[in-house]
Design a protein around this ligand. Structure first.
Ligand code: ZN
Length: 549
């Protein structure tokens, strides 16, 4: 055999990266000897032996890894899990018979799971393996049968048949629920091949071309693979249209991650990498929504971000928005352990029925989170009651930051709630601080000015406030008027209230108010800081933590 050089795969677009991670999962799950592959930073170097040696059966390894990660939640697993219950069911009495009937009605008859077209084509595949057992006619027999001992036997035979040929039925279920979200129309997902053995199909479409490609001399080749840049012969090349969301989608005329050209081609190695991309994603438990956290820094980092806490978080939640939030949140907690200089953009990719949803947490946003770490930490526990609902201030703040929105609308709302429900509003300092840092520039100066502004307001408060209810109402009245003018971004209305307030008390208006006319953000920041002071809240984190402990 010709001596072959090693294969080097480099991090690229997110789907390719998911493929590299998926391939690595196959190697790890199937315990490929460590000397045959190596991770070097953003590169995965593989010995061609994995694809050329008879010692390794890549299609089988691919399937076994898919089964390990994806079998939960498949219809196949549901059917197979019935075996245990059915075997132990005592059907000699009426109660047992009733349980039996209910069980098969609910799990088999009503779901029509054995009559689905994917399984019907599966029966044809198994027949080619010389097993003539007929599930459909056995099901009909079972329905007609009146003797429960026989009924039970027939059902167990059916279940064991489905269990035995997991390479067909489990594979079919995984293909049509999970794999086909990432690619289709190829190998076992090609319509013309749906009655062919799935592992053989995978081998002939993906593995043999790799084998041949590795043996081909690359000299004098004029065409190049779009992803790895290696030379390819046109007759060996793969197109891109089978990869979902890439290729040329004529309906959308838009590709997600590159300007796709209709003449883009892949080498067989890269095609095989893409075939592994479903394995790079982490799926929500018993669902077909999945998430992938992308970066191009290193494969190790990619691995860390897409296992452990990601699986934990995504596995425990039903709601995709919540999953997204929690993954982001946990990622951020992890990023906070890094030095500022080590922070990188994070790409969070959510795959669901409607396609890919790509969110980017930019390095700038991560820096804001890092610099306001204490404020964020204090807010994590902050839930406020608004009539019958609980609002998580932390979630609002983080969502606003991540989506590039200002916090002002929420700040206004928090004040109104606190005035109405007579709650403490100190935490608004933290929200305001995050808002000021998000804006960037001289945030420290801006924040210091806000603190001074609050002190002025506190003086006003002490002049007005007494123990009387009247004083209380007066302060609330002022606060509402100021909130309304801030909500309307109306500086003149705001100043009118301030002027009346100061002249009413015979006081001079501090110069700092002039600052408010510089720009809208400063108006908002100083304005809300003033209301904080009016409510008696001074910026004093240490003291407040003590107070709340
Ligand atoms: Zn390639």
């Amino acid at each position: 055999m010709k001596k072959l050089g090693s294969i080097a795969l480099r991090l690229n677009n997110f789907l390719y990266n998911a493929g590299i991670l998926g391939l690595l999962k196959v190697f790890e799950y199937c315990r490929i000897p460590l000397e045959l592959y190596q991770v070097n930073g953003s590169e995965l170097v593989i010995s061609p032996e994995i694809f050329t040696s008879e010692k390794f059966d890549f299609p089988r390894m691919y399937y076994e890894t898919l089964k390990y990660y994806f079998e939960d939640g498949t219809v196949w697993k549901k059917i197979v899990d019935l075996e245990f219950d059915i075997e132990r069911l005592n059907i000699s009495n009426d109660e047992g018979k009733e349980i039996f009937d209910k069980l098969i009605k609910k799990e088999i008859i009503d779901t029509k799971c054995l009559e689905r077209s994917s399984y019907r084509s599966g029966y044809d595949i198994v027949k080619q393996k010389d097993d003539e057992f007929d599930v459909i006619s056995s099901m009909n027999m079972l329905k007609k049968e009146t003797d429960y001992i026989k009924k039970k036997d027939i059902l167990l035979i059916i279940i064991r048949y489905i269990k035995k040929y997991h390479e067909t039925f489990c594979f079919k279920d995984m293909s049509y629920t999970k794999i086909n979200q990432f690619w289709s129309d190829m190998a076992f997902l090609n319509r013309q091949s749906n009655k062919k053995d799935m592992l053989e199909c995978y081998e002939s479409v993906f593995c043999i071309p790799v084998y041949k490609y590795l043996l081909t001399s690359k000299n004098k080749l004029q065409d190049f693979c779009l992803d790895c840049g290696n030379p390819i012969k046109m007759s060996d090349a793969f197109g891109m249209s089978w990869i979902n969301g890439v290729g040329v989608d004529h309906r959308r005329k838009k590709s997600y991650f590159w300007n796709s050209k209709p003449d883009s081609f892949l080498c067989p190695v890269c095609a095989l990498v893409y075939s592994c991309s479903p394995l790079g994603f982490v799926f929500a438990k018993k669902k077909n929504d999945s998430v992938f956290i992308n970066n191009n820094t290193s494969i190790e980092e990619l691995k860390r971000n897409n296992e452990g806490f990601t699986s934990e978080v995504i596995g425990n939640l039903d709601n995709l928005a919540e999953v997204c939030f929690n993954v982001t949140n946990r990622l951020i907690q992890k990023e906070l352990e890094l030095k500022e200089s080590e922070l990188q953009n994070i790409q969070v990719i959510i795959r669901n029925d409607s396609g890919y949803n790509i969110g980017i947490i930019s390095r700038e946003k991560l820096i804001v989170i890092k610099e306001c770490e204490n404020s964020f930490r204090r807010l994590t526990e902050r839930r406020i009651k608004n009539q019958d609902n609980w609002i998580s201030v932390y979630e609002n703040v983080l969502n606003n930051l991540l989506s590039g929105r200002n916090q002002y609308i929420h700040i206004n709302m928090y004040f109104r709630i606190s005035l109405r429900e007579k709650q403490s509003s100190w935490y608004i300092w933290d929200v305001l601080r995050i808002q000021i840092w998000k804006k960037g520039g001289n945030c420290m100066d801006e924040f210091k000015r806000s603190i001074v502004m609050a002190k002025f307001a506190k003086e006003i408060r002490s002049k007005i406030a007494g123990n009387s209810e009247e004083a209380d109402n007066k302060l609330r009245g002022f606060a509402y008027k100021l909130l309304n003018s801030l909500q309307a971004h109306d500086r003149h209305r705001f100043m009118n209230v301030i002027i009346r307030m100061y002249t009413g008390l015979g006081l001079q208006i501090p110069q700092l108010f002039l600052k408010m006319f510089e720009n809208d953000d400063t108006f908002m920041n100083l304005g809300y800081a003033f209301i904080l002071g009016l409510k008696g809240e001074e910026y004093n984190p240490a003291e407040n933590i003590k107070k709340e402990a």
